[in-house]
Structure formats: structure tokens, C-alpha cells
Design a protein around this ligand. Structure first.
Ligand code: XMP
Length: 511
């Protein structure tokens, strides 16, 4: 391995992704592998700077509980076991783990021995996040306790001579005070990491690797204009320039100016950029359709058909590139699984595009790292900081039947909403915000005239993972300004409502 790598062995715990993220936050490159995929000799060959065992749902004594080979601890490679990982290390090295009388869960006051390298320069007392039933009852030979809580005498353990460490709590979650610093201490003080994982280096390395792999080959990418596919395109453009063809399907369901913005952004990169204006096709297929799931299906299928047709014109390519990112890799079973997932997320990939291999240049990066990489490659801020936009686009934000007229109304209203949020400086605080054109009409009065026009809904949410979300507390004054601008500037909208439901029970999109 050219750069220092930390190996994370996955025992099936719920925070595994977070551990990897924290290690990268410490500027150290890491790879997550299932605990049983690598044998000791393969690990020796990889020569990682350190190994971290994740937590896991099992008890070390359970039948079929994940185990590791004792030899792993004799390689001279530092190991940090977290929760199950710490118990397993103890068990394998001859200590004793037992069922705790009281299950410990949640924030727990913890006392640390600050002489330990793990807790160097950190406070003696702090809160940790515990989540366990079993605990370490008797240490393995050579170990000592370096942190304790009221119910857990061995909250952290160490054998500094052998560079083996364990934590019963979870340093990777934010509820543990200084958790990232503890991991950093393990990485820097124990493993001797230098912190050679920076986005600038990474971009350079990735470009060179892609050049080596692709050679003179041709690459095809479906560019949606979203963050992942844009960064993927920029990286490939830097690496292989004119060998890259990007197909951008303008479905007619994009936001105001979006198609032109994407085209403008990529026309200067020296790649072959194919824009397919397919609005009529999409609207034709969607005519009269009101059911949200049917809309999604139609849009997804049509997208694939258009992509296939265009790629046939290009002929055979060597590589089909995808903007799969690290969380997708982990979620789909870790490691070497080739994830075939369209970042359009509208119904899979074309079956018969003629390519030899899939390449996923972002598969080791988290979303925020993808953004940093985009910036390092010189992508414009507005592309890098784009809020998520669903594959079916405005098709699921016009409630009921979709027509060009309704889409145009929605585009104008949505544009005003987005511009005002950006002018108020709230565009990074509200994680997703958009307008929805409902199919409800109501009575209003404008001038001396009675109107009977559409109700527009505004939605703004804050969220960390888009699985749960809260509605954004947009100041009333700003809502007032947005409302008055929209009803004055956009015809056929005479009423604005703001969506104040959380997810669950509502979802972020209305359809
Ligand atoms: P929901 O509405 O399920 O949305 O709370 C969660 C996140 O997913 C996005 N979303 C989609 N993205 N295809 C996509 O690519 C879809 O069909 C789709 N539906 C919802 C939504 O914008 C939000 O960010």
C-alpha cells in the first residue's frame, strides 16, 4: 500500500460507517472489510498502520459468534477493539467476558487514565456512549485498565507493549466527548500515522490511477448534474479528457435553467458532452398519469431508453463510469461487491449498453469528501453544494397530472423560493428546500377580480441522513416575502402554504 492505511474489520455493528468516517476526518486513509474476508497472511501483506475492530451484535460466547485468529495479535500491528471488538480481543487472548448485571446504554460518566496514549492531552472525566450487555470481567494477560465507569470497571483497556487497545464505549459517535480525539490518539500516537490523506493528494492520485487503468480506452458516464455524477465527470475529465463522453438527458422535469447550467459547467472541460433534449418524449409518456409510483416507473424506464439509444450512437465503450460513493459500497455488503446502481436512482442501469467494465472512481469517499474533491478539482460551488434532487425531478413535485404549463409555473415559483433562501444565507442550513405544485385550486381575489387558481406548497427540511427530517424554521418575514413575490410574479398561483410536518410521519417529497 503506498499510503498509510488503517484496516477496519467489520463485526456487524451499527456504527461501522461512522468509524471509517472518523478515521478519514483524522486525515488517515482506511478500508472497511468484513472480519472474515481476509486471512492473517493477507493482512500481514497489506501491512496496515493499524487495525480497528468494530462493535457487533453478538456475545463472544454465542454459537457462531464472529472470531479472529489469535495470530492477528502477534503481527506487531496495533489493534483497537471497540465494544464487541474489545471483548473479542480479551476473549481470544485468554481473558473473560461476562454478562453485565445491568445493561448499560446511553451517555455514561467515565474516568480516564490520561497517562494512556489513547487519552493523552484529554480531560480525566467525560461522557462516553455505551451500548452493551456483556462486559470484560477479567483482563487478558499483559493488559491493564485505562478507563472505568460506575458499572463498567474496564471501560478501556490497554497492553501498550503489544500496542493492543480496547474501548467498551463507542468513540465514533458524537455523544462520546472527545471521541474523535481518542481515535486520533490511537492513529497518531500508537500507529504512527502521519495524516497523508488529503483531498489534494487524493485528487492527484486518483487521476493517475484512472489514467493507468483506462489507458486509451473510452468511458461513458450518465451525467445528471447532481453532486456525485458531476464530481465523477470532473475527475474523469481531468484524467482522460476527450476519451470521456457524458450523456446528459434533459427530461424536461428539471428546475429552471438547470439544463443550461449543467451544459455550461461541462462544456469547458474538453470532454464530449451529449445533451439530449427529451422533454417531449417524457411529457408524452407521462400524459394523463397521476399515480406517483407509475410516474417514477415511467420516468426511470424512459431515462434508460434514451440513454441506451444515445449510447448506441457512440458505439462500444470500454468503461461505464458510475458515481457510486462509499456509503453505497458499505450498505451493499462491503468490500469488493461491484455495486450496480445508477446515481439517477430511477430504476437501474441499461442492460445492453456495450461496455467491458464498470468503474466507480468515488467508491472510497463519503458525501462530504465528494464535495471537497469537487472543489479540489475546480468545480463551481453551485454544482458542489447542490441540494439533493430526486431522479424523477419535478415529475413528483407536480401533484397529479403533469403538463408543461404546470411545470413552468412550478419552475418559476421554485426559482423564487430558492433565490430568496439563498439571498437570506440559509441555503446550507436548510438541507433540502423546494416548491410543490398541488392539484388543489381555491378562490382568491386579485385587484377586484375573483381568482380560482393553484395552491403552491413550500417545503424546507433539516436532516442528517434524509431518513428522518424536521421542517426548517424559516422566519415568518422571509416566508412573507417569498409568498408575496410568488403570487405577484407567477400567474395562476393564488395561495401559498408551508409544510410543517416532520419525517416520519410525512416524507420529504410529497409524492
Ligand atoms: P422522501 O420523500 O422519501 O425522500 O422522504 C428522501 C430523499 O430522497 C429523495 N427522493 C428521491 N431520489 N429518486 C431519487 O433519486 C426518487 O424517486 C426519490 N424520491 C425521493 C428526496 O428528494 C429526499 O432527498
Amino acid at each position: 500500500m503506498e499510503k498509510q492505511t488503517v484496516l477496519i474489520l467489520d463485526f456487524g455493528g451499527q456504527y461501522n460507517q461512522l468509524i471509517a468516517r472518523r478515521v478519514r476526518e483524522c486525515s488517515v486513509y482506511c478500508e472497511v472489510h468484513p472480519y472474515n474476508k481476509l486471512c492473517v497472511s493477507e493482512i500481514r501483506e497489506m501491512a496496515p498502520a493499524g487495525i480497528i475492530f468494530t462493535g457487533g451484535p453478538n456475545s463472544v460466547y454465542a454459537d457462531g459468534a464472529p472470531r479472529v485468529d489469535k495470530e492477528l495479535f502477534e503481527l506487531g500491528i496495533p489493534v483497537l477493539g471497540i465494544c464487541y471488538g474489545a471483548q473479542l480481543m480479551t476473549y481470544v487472548l485468554g481473558g473473560k467476558v461476562s454478562s453485565a448485571e445491568a445493561r448499560e446504554y446511553g451517555k455514561t460518566e467515565t474516568v480516564f487514565e490520561t497517562e494512556s496514549l489513547l487519552f493523552r492531552h484529554l480531560p480525566r472525566e467525560a461522557t462516553t456512549w455505551m451500548s452493551h450487555t456483556d462486559l470484560i470481567e477479567q483482563l487478558a494477560e499483559g493488559f491493564r485498565i485505562c478507563a472505568h465507569t460506575t458499572n463498567c470497571p474496564a471501560a478501556a483497556i490497554e497492553n501498550p507493549e503489544k500496542k493492543l487497545y480496547g474501548m467498551q464505549y463507542h468513540p465514533e459517535v458524537l455523544h462520546t466527548d472527545n471521541g474523535t480525539d481518542m481515535l486520533k490518539n490511537f492513529l497518531y500516537e500508537v500507529c504512527g500515522c502521519k495524516g497523508d490523506w488529503t483531498m489534494g493528494n487524493y485528487a492527484q492520485e486518483a487521476v493517475e490511477q484512472l489514467r493507468g487503468k483506462i489507458g486509451e480506452g473510452k468511458v461513458l458516464l450518465a451525467l445528471s448534474g447532481g453532486v456525485d455524477s458531476s464530481v465523477c465527470a470532473a475527475l474523469l475529465a481531468k484524467a482522460v479528457g476527450s476519451q470521456l463522453t457524458c450523456i446528459f438527458v434533459d427530461t424536461g422535469l428539471m428546475r429552471k435553467n438547470e439544463g443550461n447550467e449543467v451544459e455550461a459547467a461541462f462544456s469547458q472541460w474538453g470532454i464530449q458532452f451529449v445533451r439530449v433534449n427529451a422533454e417531449e418524449r417524457f411529457l408524452g409518456k407521462l400524459a394523463g398519469v397521476t399515480d406517483p409510483e407509475r410516474k417514477r416507473k415511467i420516468i426511470g424506464e424512459e431515462f434508460i431508453r434514451v440513454f441506451e439509444e444515445e449510447s448506441k450512437k457512440i458505439g462500444a465503450v470500454d468503461y461505464l463510469a458510475q458515481g457510486t460513493i462509499y456509503p453505497d459500497v458499505i450498505e451493499s455488503g462491503i468490500g469488493d461487491a461491484a455495486v450496480i446502481k445508477s446515481h439517477h436512482n430511477v430504476g437501474g442501469l441499461p442492460d445492453y449498453v456495450d461496455f467491458k467494465e464498470i468503474i466507480e472512481p468515488l467508491r472510497l469517499l463519503f458525501k462530504d469528501e465528494v464535495r471537497q474533491l469537487g472543489l479540489a478539482l475546480g468545480l463551481a460551488d453551485y454544482l458542489v453544494w447542490r441540494q439533493p434532487f430526486p431522479g424523477p425531478g419535478l415529475g413528483i413535485r407536480v401533484i397529479g397530472e403533469i403538463t408543461k404549463e404546470k411545470l413552468d409555473l412550478l419552475r418559476e415559483a421554485d426559482f423564487i423560493f430558492r433565490s430568496e433562501i439563498a439571498s437570506a444565507g440559509l441555503d446550507r442550513q436548510i438541507h433540502q428546500y423546494f416548491a410543490v405544485l398541488t392539484d388543489m385550486r381555491s378562490v382568491g381575489v386579485m385587484g377586484d377580480e375573483r381568482t380560482y387558481d393553484y395552491t403552491l406548497a413550500l417545503r424546507g427540511v433539516t436532516t442528517t441522513d434524509f431518513m428522518t427530517a424536521d421542517f426548517a424554521r424559516i422566519p415568518y418575514e422571509l416566508l412573507e416575502k417569498i409568498s408575496s413575490r410568488i403570487v405577484n410574479e407567477v400567474q395562476h398561483i393564488n395561495r401559498i402554504v408551508y409544510d410543517i410536518t416532520t419525517k416520519p410521519p410525512a416524507t420529504i417529497e410529497w409524492e
